[in-house]
Ligand binder design. Structure first.
Ligand code: MN
Length: 430
């Protein structure tokens, strides 16, 4: 094991950075005090913020054209957990992992739980996979899974989701995320309403098998792999299904799964209002479902989403307990670095949204003062909260500068012999 998991290594790296952080923190604290904001409250909020890391995100992703493997990639769930443990040691806001089945299945799932325990990691939602065929699978998902025209294929897909619940129970998970790529590539290929009926029939069986304290997260996506129609294509169909299924079914928002320029923050507000917001798959995009690093293209949109989330917190909205997860594909960067950056980026949006002067904003809204309402949001968004994030990490035992500390540790090079290149998949776009 590398020295990166040794607390002294991170402490040593922090020593040199502390004086400058203290100066920047002091300065920002004085500035915020003039706005009647206590910087200590924001550090506490940042320390409490959590976002889960996806197991498929720690492997190098690829496109349908190619995949260019990185050095010392994790080859199985145990090595993936090691990498997730490194991320958590550095940023201290990623204490949970979101696994994906069957990619992360092993004969003895208690061994996975034990490994996670030893790294101080827990588990967020488990993800089922009926969008590809696995070796030895009897019925193909080429023409769909939970919505397939043949009952035997639907039953196989249902059984897989039940298996995922069983794995998740061993791991201590409390939610199942269901995304299906089912749809069609040709007009006329699929009867829209019959396909959705079949989805609901299948989903009901899964829903009825959920443990009492579990939630079913329904994930929608506009297109890909189906390029003409997708059965669960947008938040409208998503919330309709969640309403049909019952209280334990909620709608998951993946930032990349909407049409370009859709007002995602408004969808978030609607889902909160109707108690149907399951949580998020954070990522960013430029053209479609690009799975780029969170906040790398449109950080203002990410901030506006958190503005709605913090507003719901502020108003003490009913049944508001969203799960935050990353869902990205890292094709050209070291996945650990991208996940570190992305976790910080999402945490940054959260803290910035905490800075919005809500009383002032509500007053501007009531007065129809569009310009000052907008400026109120911009003032929060333009505040550099980096010292707050760094202080939160420092106080929680993480790294003041996670990327610099990670690079100093030479993690990948140190693991090069232990982790030779492998052809296994288990990473990429979901
Ligand atoms: Mn997703």
């Amino acid at each position: 094991m590398t020295n990166l998991l040794d607390i002294n290594f991170i402490d040593d790296a922090n020593q040199a950075l502390k004086p400058q952080l203290n100066r920047e923190y002091q300065y920002l604290g004085e500035k915020l005090a003039t706005q009647n904001v206590d910087i200590e409250d924001l550090v506490s909020a940042a320390q409490q913020f959590e976002i889960a890391v996806p197991t498929w995100g720690v492997g190098t992703g690829g496109t349908r054209f190619a995949r260019f493997p990185g050095v010392a990639e994790p080859r199985n769930i145990f090595e993936k957990l090691d990498d997730c443990g490194v991320i958590q040691r550095l940023v201290k806001c990623t204490p949970k992992v979101s696994p994906h089945f069957p990619w992360d299945v092993v004969d003895d799932m208690t061994a996975v739980k034990q490994q996670a325990d030893s790294l101080g990691l827990g588990f967020d939602a488990v993800n089922s996979n009926t969008f590809q065929d696995q070796q030895g699978q009897i019925h193909s998902y080429k023409y769909g899974s939970l919505t397939h025209t043949q009952q035997a294929t639907r039953e196989q897909a249902i059984q897989h989701n039940l298996d995922c619940i069983a794995y998740g129970r061993v791991l201590g998970s409390k939610a199942l995320t269901v995304w299906v790529g089912d749809g069609s590539n040709h007009p006329g290929q699929q009867h829209f309403s019959r396909a959705l009926e079949r989805y609901l029939d299948s989903a009901r069986v899964i829903y009825n098998s959920l443990p009492d304290d579990w939630t079913m997260f329904i994930e929608h996506k506009m297109f890909e792999p189906a390029f003409y129609s997708t059965v669960i294509q947008d938040w409208g169909t998503n919330i309709l299904c969640a309403l049909e299924l019952g209280e334990k079914a909620k709608s998951l928002v993946d930032l990349g799964h909407h049409a370009p320029n859709v007002n995602i923050e408004m969808i978030v507000s609607r889902l909160i209002q109707f108690k149907k917001l399951a949580g998020f798959h954070f990522n960013d995009s430029k053209y479609g479902d690009d799975d780029l690093d969170s906040g790398s293209i449109n950080p203002y949109q990410q901030f506006l989403i958190f503005n709605e989330l913090v507003d719901a917190e502020y108003r003490k909205a009913d049944s508001f307990n969203p799960a935050y997860m990353l869902d990205q594909s890292h094709n050209v960067t070291d996945p650990i670095e991208s996940l570190v950056n992305s976790a910080e980026s999402v945490q940054r949006s959260f803290v910035q949204a905490k800075l919005v002067n809500r009383k002032a904003l509500y007053a501007y809204q009531d007065d129809n003062d569009a310009l000052m309402a907008s400026n109120t949001l911009k003032a929060a968004f333009h505040t550099d909260v980096s010292p707050i994030l760094a202080m939160a990490r420092l106080r929680s035992g993480g790294a003041i500068n996670p990327i610099e500390t990670y690079r100093k540790a030479n993690y990948r090079q140190n693991l090069k012999e232990q982790r030779p290149a492998s052809q296994s998949s288990g990473s990429g776009i979901v």
